[in-house]
Design a protein around this ligand. Structure first.
Ligand code: CP
Length: 319
């Protein structure tokens, strides 16, 4: 099987959103919808990956992505192993390549990798016989997050084309932002980026986004506001004077929230830093879909595991 772009799903790996077509994103969304329906049945398991081995190779911390991939693999009846970095031979100097090849020698069919290095999943995909799924590589991409975010927008708004989506926060260091920008633009949304100029360089305009440093302008006409936390773990220098100043200038405070459209969705990929990029009450308000994003993440990851394992689309899932 090769990584080719045609309608339907023909990919062995999910490495990024940039190389996907809008049709492929739609196939993932349609398949997600079918798996979400499976999750509403009394018996939530299907045998789609029976006899397959899925390994969660998370070399960086994660709550949502790791646990939802684990549960997704279990719901598909796969055998699933959670690799623990702290208890592994990576700590004794074993390379990522040797680690992955040893996992493959234990019959891993699908390796899900999160790594601080950009391109780590692409690297593994060059020599592993099985499938590789990117669960976040450095500041590069987090494809399943963008797939679940766009699925959630579609579910809530009924469409994506023509919507105004504002991504507010640390764009420069955010893999969530990059994957969302690619997905939203491919699906026809108008994307506005806002945050401190040190974290939202004008170069993002070359991707087809609008860049503004005026938060009131960025949120006034937004149908969707996606907040991002400051990714201190990737910043190598101070990018703004203080957390307090960041909140004053760019946080979604109550005063700013009152100026948004009455049906604007509030999104956040998590983890949330309450009181910094978003007021705590707004994070939990009726318009916030933060926990629905997490719920949809399970069905999206079932869909992705199913598709990279050779599934073609929702028509193959028993109704
Ligand atoms: N959104 C996200 O990737 O969360 P985790 O880091 O908890 O997986």
């Amino acid at each position: 099987m090769t990584n080719i772009n045609t309608a339907g799903w023909h990919r062995k790996h999910l490495l990024d959103i940039e190389s996907l077509t809008a049709e492929e994103i739609n196939v993932v969304h349609d398949t997600t919808r079918a798996f979400k329906a499976v999750g509403e049945r009394a018996i939530k398991k299907v045998p789609a990956l029976r006899g397959k081995t899925v390994i969660n190779l998370f070399i960086e911390p994660s709550t949502r992505t790791r646990i939802s991939f684990e549960l997704a693999a279990m719901r598909l009846t796969a055998d699933v192993i959670n690799f623990s970095t702290e208890a592994s031979s990576l700590k004794k100097g074993e390379t990522l390549k040797d680690t992955a090849r040893n996992l493959e020698a234990l019959n891993a069919d699908i390796i899900i990798i999160r790594h601080s290095a950009t391109g780590a999943p692409h690297f593994l995909s060059r020599f592993l016989r099985g499938s590789v799924i990117n669960a976040g590589d450095g500041a590069h991409e987090h494809p399943t997050q963008a797939l679940l975010d766009t699925f959630t927008i579609r579910e809530k708004k009924g469409r994506i084309a023509g919507l105004n989506v504002t991504i507010l926060g640390d764009i420069l260091y955010s893999r969530v932002a990059r994957s969302n920008i690619h997905a939203l633009l491919k699906l026809g949304a108008n994307v506005t980026l806002c945050g401190p100029s040190t974290l939202v360089p004008k170069v993002f305009e070359q991707m087809g986004c609008k860049v503004t440093y005026n938060v009131d302008e960025a949120i006034a006409e937004a149908d969707v506001i996606n907040l991002l936390r400051i990714q201190h773990e990737r910043q190598r220098k101070t990018m703004f004077p203080s957390i307090g100043e960041y909140t004053n200038l760019f946080g979604l405070t109550k005063a700013r929230f009152e100026k948004t459209k009455p049906d604007a969705l509030i999104m956040h990929p998590g983890p949330i830093n309450r009181g910094v990029e978003i007021n705590s009450e707004i994070a939990d308000c009726e318009r916030s879909v933060v926990l629905e994003q997490v719920t949809n993440g399970l069905a999206v990851r079932m869909a992705v595991l199913f598709l990279v394992n050779g599934g073609k689309g929702p028509q193959e899932i028993a109704g």
